[in-house]
Design a binder for this molecule. Sequence first.
Ligand SMILES: *Cc1c(COP(=O)(O)O)cnc(C)c1O
Length: 219
Amino acid sequence: MSIKQNVTELLNELPSGVQLVAAAKTMDAAKVVEAIEAGIEIIGENYIQEAEAKYNIIGKRVKWHFIGHLQSNKVKKAVAIFDMIETVDSVEIASAINKRCIETGKVMPVLIEINSGAEEQKSGVLPEKAASVIKEISGLTGIKVMGLMTMGILAGEPEESRPCFVKTREIFERIKSLDLPGVEMKYLSMGMTNSYEVAIQEGANIVRIGSKIFGQRKV
Ligand SMILES: *Cc1c(COP(=O)(O)O)cnc(C)c1O
């Protein structure tokens, strides 16, 4: 199947209100353009240098979401390129993004990454810390917390991720009910190629899909 066919199928299949992020790591600009021409409106990138190269070719005709692990020495470039950073996992990185945004007169929409699989995978804020981290960064005027992101379980059966998605949804609802000033709990980014159907059942409204669009990655 071609990238175009894959995108068309996915866009037909996803319920309205669910945004599709094309996770494009390792895919070259030509492939990304093919996906855009088939209807993709948001590109997800994990690595700043790789994102920058594609951004320089493709530009602002789409939205760019950062979905990798952000290091503080890459914040400047990340703020220049991305429309949303989905993977804020500490007060420190939130503060660094905030500082750069204030310098450049931007407000960056961010999601807080939740480590919902605990042992399985290290990145993200532990579920029990999520509310306190969000409270601590909610006053920063250069960022806007707009929801949560989680990876779930990376290998194995889709059903194995369901408890992670349920847990993240519960945290999402709990924080939403706190009605924190400056926080708008709107997006729940969960689900990848093997788990997006389960994620949508559990309330995801952003799914990040790579291999089902671009084919298997070589690395
Ligand atoms: C690579 C990646 C995806 C997409 O993974 P697929 O299994 O190829 O769909 C989604 N989210 C993140 C954070 C990723 O790094």
